[in-house]
Ligand binder design. Sequence first.
Ligand code: ADP
Length: 317
Amino acid sequence: MALSSRSSARKSTSKDSVNNEGIIEEQIVKPSGEVTIRRYSKGKFLGKGGFARVYEFTSLETRKVYAGKVVVKASLTKSRAKQKLMSEIKIHRSLRHANIVGFEHFFEDNENVYILLELCPNQTMSELLRRRKRLTELEVQCYSIQIISALKYLHQKKVIHRDLKIGNLFISEKMELKLGDFGLASKLEYDGQMRKTICGTPNYIAPEILDGKEGHSYEVDIWSFGVILFTLLIGKPPFETNDVKKTYNLIKMNAYSFPDTVRISEQARSLITRILRTEPSRRPSLDEILEHDFFHMGHSIPQFLPISTLAVPPSDK
Ligand code: ADP
């Protein structure tokens, strides 16, 4: 597979996927035929996803640290998997926004494809929620504004993310929220175009995707945003069960409820209820969400939260 014609990588010594020094070399062949080499040291393991293993990559020239996504080419035997990776790269590299994980660069060698991304050392909202159980309304307001900002940018560019979930919401060193993982994203050619492929993550998937008849569009991201709101405030997703089929049935029946055990404001409850509507056209737009009372409760919403909130709730002062 040739994903890129200009650059390729080779391991300096051994044939193993990690050489003895853990150095990855990228060979860049200029149009003149001149070859230059960029070197990266592969460090700490950050996590793994469907196809990729992600490590800290440090450029030996600039000392800049990235999140390096390593995809073993042998795992891309099915043409769908290859297609998916190429689409992820094509879409992600075309995006540049403060609330989207920065795409730096990609290259390949005989064994792997390497994608260098902006490093988000504070992990994702999934780990945050595991530590904190649930977030305060102020925190959810602050993060939501950043998610909506990323979605407005994406939808303006005719991109639907289609896999919005707390595990794809990264937190940067400066506590900015960054939307990542464009593996299921889709770029429309025109606004009214509908997509039919079934994709998404069970708890967050919109009912019209499960239905599959009419096709789906930008509103699937709005639905998943509603699921995220519920999850962050309540501490667990609204349609969670121990069985995917049961979850899909609950989503199709719009069967969820607010537990008595967690106190949330009327405004939060109202916004979630408005978003989680089965009929996509009845869901609010991103601008309507920002105009909702939940974001106008008489206190100011900070642009970023203090780093201490990764472990403990913000203090009331
Ligand atoms: P996949 O596309 O294969 O599902 P992901 O993009 O979800 O892979 O990445 C897998 C894991 O790697 C994430 O859950 C996270 O722990 C880590 N990771 C991915 N991107 C970054 C990043 N930019 N900064 C820090 N860690 C990351």
